[in-house]
Design a binder for this molecule. Structure first.
Ligand code: ATP
Ligand code: FE2
Length: 333
């Protein structure tokens, strides 16, 4: 049996086909790249609608199966940008109705964790999910993925992106802002003090960003020194909260995912705390750490096996759907 999964929460439109035993037959994707500035939700949605047919065809072609072979259709129901979510949901509903197969609505954040577990073999980790739109420290407890800590304002990826844009960098395909900041940071060891804000178990990056941008415009420190310092402060904050979640839950694995997971400095900081707590450290490879259709398809399969499906008439998207609102009976088996 096969599940087709559609991801469309933000700038990516992804379609993947997975077998029920977790084999990825295809994982096709098309990313919307704004000319300048951040993502414009309606522009991104227009991109998704334009490429949907092509990405679907690519997913079927690479998987080597026919639409009639699909047993369920899963889609990212939230959280995300309204116009983008609706475009993916419309495609999923049309496909499920046409094929007369069940529809499954998947929470995007749960999906990041589930695909991370599938591809790294982690069973019950503390997860740090760090991307352009999210910063969440979570672990499973009593039927749900609980949020142990999260950002109170902007996401870490967004913080790095805005800083890079303010510094005049320009993003290219295959070279995200975060990777440019990482490269510049690797050339410095000079620490410029910046505000470190952890409140309880939650994080705040907006004051850090404002201060870094202000110092940047004063031109008293090099861009390399500022990139280095920004990373050191932001990643120390993330590491502190992850470590406290690990100490509290006594889990034996740390899972790092999302676009920022590619950062080597962040990986090494987390590796240290994982070792100190005798936990295994797992980094999700890029193909499955960035937004992708495979994570939606896989979580759709898990939910479906727990008898969770979604009637088309109730399949409205949920822009603010929190990770900890999702009942996840499949996790306890
Ligand atoms: P989500 O919907 O999950 O929030 P997104 O599309 O906003 O997803 P991702 O595609 O998961 O985010 O990740 C993009 C982010 O990852 C960007 O902020 C980018 O700068 C950052 N990033 C990519 N590579 C690196 C790196 N090497 N170091 C730090 N950040 C990185
Ligand atoms: Fe994501």
């Amino acid at each position: 049996m096969y599940c087709l999964g559609i991801e469309s929460t933000a700038d990516d439109f992804g379609v993947a086909i997975l077998s029920f035993d977790g084999r990825v037959l295809s994982n096709a994707n098309s990313a919307y790249m704004p000319e300048k500035g951040g993502i414009h939700p309606r522009e991104a949605a227009r991109h998704h609608a334009e490429v949907a047919g092509k990405v679907l065809a690519e997913a079927f072609e690479r998987a080597g199966i026919k639409p009639q072979d699909v047993s369920i259709v899963a889609f990212s129901q939230g959280p995300g940008l309204g116009p983008c979510l609706r475009t993916g949901a419309t495609a999923a509903r049309a496909l499920a109705s046409y094929l007369r197969v069940p529809l499954v609505g998947v929470n995007h954040c749960v999906a990041h964790i589930e695909i991370g577990k599938l591809v790294t073999g982690a069973v019950d980790p503390v997860t740090l999910y760090v991307s352009g739109g999210n910063t969440i420290i979570s672990a499973f407890e009593a039927g749900r993925y609980r949020v142990f800590g999260e950002t109170l304002d902007i996401a870490i990826g967004n913080c790095l992106d805005v800083f890079a844009r303010e510094a005049g960098m320009s993003q290219r395909k295959g070279a995200p802002f975060g990777a440019m900041v990482e490269e510049l940071a690797s050339r410095s060891k000079t620490f410029v003090p910046l505000p470190y804000t952890v409140k309880g178990m939650d994080l705040s990056f907006s004051g850090l960003l404002t201060a870094a941008v202000q110092i940047l415009h004063e031109r008293k420190h090099s861009l390399e020194d500022l990139c280095f310092s920004l990373q050191e402060v932001a990643f120390s904050m993330l590491t502190e909260v992850t470590e406290r979640a690990l100490a509290h839950t006594e889990k034996l694995e740390v899972l790092l995912t999302g676009g920022v997971a590619a950062n080597k400095r962040l990986q090494s900081m987390l590796n240290v705390i994982a070792e100190e707590h005798n936990a295994r450290f797992c980094v999700v490879p890029k193909e499955y750490a960035l937004d992708n259709g495979a994570m939606i398809a896989w979580t759709g399969i898990l939910a479906y096996k727990s008898k969770i499906t979604l009637p088309v008439e109730k399949s409205f998207v949920k822009l603010k759907w929190r990770l900890d609102e999702v009942y996840a009976p499949w996790v306890e088996g």
